[in-house]
Design a binder for this molecule. Structure first.
Ligand SMILES: [Zn+2]
Length: 108
């Protein structure tokens, strides 16, 4: 699937539609309002300039378009094999119709 931020400066390509999306209720994801689609890191492509935000355990970085600010992905900072693509950026993917997994841990 193809996706992009609002202004189009950042583009993402995934190997296909995700079988489900995750609504994470941690302190950062609930603020972003992201719906995460998980893929192997080496299966996705992210093109364009992003800024990152790293916090807490510092094991992943949130990437946002440096022009329009849309959060397009989180990528691991270590050897973790998966990443999260913000399904709201994917063209033609109905994130509201997809199976939604809710991560209830609001403690982080
Ligand atoms: Zn943008």
């Amino acid at each position: 699937m193809e996706g992009r931020c609002h202004c189009g400066a950042v583009r993402v390509t995934t190997p296909g539609p995700p079988p489900n999306v995750t609504e994470c209720r941690c302190s950062i994801c609930r603020r972003y309002g992201a719906l995460w689609a998980y893929y192997p890191v080496d299966a996705v492509a992210i093109e364009g300039a992003t800024e990152t935000y790293v916090w807490g355990r510092r094991h992943l970085a949130f990437h946002r378009c440096e022009v329009c600010g849309c959060v397009v992905a989180w990528l691991p900072r270590g050897a973790y094999p998966e990443c999260g693509i913000n399904a709201r950026m994917l063209e033609g993917f109905d994130a509201f119709a997809a199976e939604r997994i809710v991560e209830e841990d609001a403690s982080i």
